[in-house]
Design a protein around this ligand. Sequence first.
Ligand code: NI
Length: 162
Amino acid sequence: MLEIVTYGNEILNQKAQGVTDFGPEVSTLVAEMLEAMRIGKGIGLAAPQVASALRVFVTHVEEDKPRVFINPEIVLTSQEEIEFEEGCLSLPGLYLSLKRPESVRIQAWNEKGKPFSIEASGILARVMLHEYDHLEGVLFIDRLSPARRERALAHYRRLLRM
Ligand code: NI
């Protein structure tokens, strides 16, 4: 069972590396990530959150199937941005509203090495953008102004002590 890495672990700040071999190691990683996401009751999970520096993330939002994104590329984002509340399994208990593009198109490969493209809006777009950021070493708190980021971290530290 994969353990979820939390804030403070350096791997969360590092850019992940592209997958070059769609072999059993990647299938195993994907299967374990889907399981960790399910157990953690998350709607998305990126490989750095399970201490793997590969460009892989998974999503499972309500009324959608579980999805696997390997070597994802953002092809397009809408100019329109919306405020939406986000959480992250690596900062458990912290929920923040922030602005991101309303819709996104991502091109990626699935765990069988098959390329696909998906355009999403609403919550799925939000999760895809949040998880993609993890592959760039960016956390949702890093999207806040420095002052708001400090307040969010202070709140998170209080939550940890509770
Ligand atoms: Ni996250």
